[in-house]
Design a protein around this ligand. Structure first.
Ligand SMILES: [Zn+2]
Length: 95
């Protein structure tokens, strides 16, 4: 019944990473970006937190400097509305 994959913590090697959501803040193109519920993984033992690599990639794709949609202001990205519950992730991937 347990269909949640097991991800060992890279920090303490003993704990297990659990799906979590954390406040994420970054600056992209001089604009402060705040995501209150950013997908992350938190170790149940040492508390180490890794932001979800897939979500980070998506965020970078939205705000990448070469993205010309900044000139088209009729549609702004809504990160918080994305469905982040069914995204397959691998917390061991580091970019
Ligand atoms: Zn740990």
């Amino acid at each position: 019944m347990n269909n949640e994959p097991f991800y060992p913590c890279q920090e303490c090697k003993v704990g297990t990473l659990h799906r979590d959501y954390a406040f994420f803040f970054t600056i992209q193109g001089g604009q402060p970006i705040c995501v209150p519920d950013f997908p992350a993984w938190t170790c149940d033992l040492c508390g180490r937190r890794d932001y979800d690599s897939v979500a980070l990639t998506k965020l970078q794709a939205i705000f990448e400097p070469d993205h010309r949609s900044r000139q088209e202001q009729h549609q702004s990205p809504k990160i918080a509305d994305q469905d982040h519950t069914s995204v397959p992730v691998d917390p061991q991937v580091h970019i």
